[in-house]
Design a protein around this ligand. Sequence first.
Ligand code: TRP
Length: 333
Amino acid sequence: MKRMIAVVIALLAFVGIAYVATRPSDTKTEKKAATPTVGILQMMSHPALDQIHKGIIQGLKDEGYTVGKNVKIDFQNAENDQSNMKTMSERFVNENADVVVGIATPAAQALANATKKTPIILGAITDPKGAKLVKSNTRPGGNITGVSDQAPIAAQLKLIRQLMPDAKVLGVIATSSDDSAQTQAKMVEAQAGDYGFTVKRYGISSTNDLNQVAGEMATQVDAVFVPTDNTIAGAMQTLIAATDAEKIPVFPTVDTMVKDGGLATIGLNQFHLGVSTGKMVAAALKGKKPATTPIHFETSGDLIVNLKEAKKLGITIPASVVEKAKKTGEVIE
Ligand code: TRP
């Protein structure tokens, strides 16, 4: 009898301990209701995507969500690895993140495959519809909406023509597997004739062949256009070394790539794209439905010129252009 009582007491003690041990997870769910979690999945590190990430935190703050105070961020960098993107996306879902954000197309696609329920906000995705992330840009329909970074291609071609009045052949270099870069390369090809350029396309499969392809391109073209290409954005030094050797200017689509050696652009400010994304994340946290929230397009870019690079190439940028960049955009000296 005594023994049985001892067993019962031991059992009760065990149940008590087990109860206490499992309690923290209850407190966690209670806390979760008060502090929402945002999962951010970034495809890889390069200066543009890093700026977008920073901007998202700022946009959330602007809307009243301060990290460490009333919002929790689970930030994951997939380092350009598809299987990382898949496991990280699934983890966000298992963790019950309240809203998830995909920075760059492959990250957004991995999230879309992982959940049809959790709101997904697109962080600078060039072509949400083409990437099969939404049914329509004005009425996305599912659990996805966000910000597109479609570049102002016509304005960029016009700028190239203004700075290079005699250029004939425009090289366009892009990574074959980068859907967003390919979309823009095709747009450039379609519109370049309007500005008097013939386009020559160059493809790379990874940074490994960038040096060789860029070197060959530099001997065959008068100027180079680089779309918002994730691989090249992370390897601008390699591209610029090859084109500088032939004194060929590179015109990228975004501010950070001009800072990294491009000559000029009318481009979207990457930090600002992030801020817009962060604001949409805040709206989703407050219950706004992605299905009926249109994709946000940034309409105009800033004029950015790199005078340091112009000097290297021996190209004179008209004073009026420099003045305009000083007033409305940015001059790199
Ligand atoms: N638009 C790219 C995508 O959809 C991501 C991106 C945003 C990007 N800004 C960029 C790529 C700047 C290169 C440079 O994948």
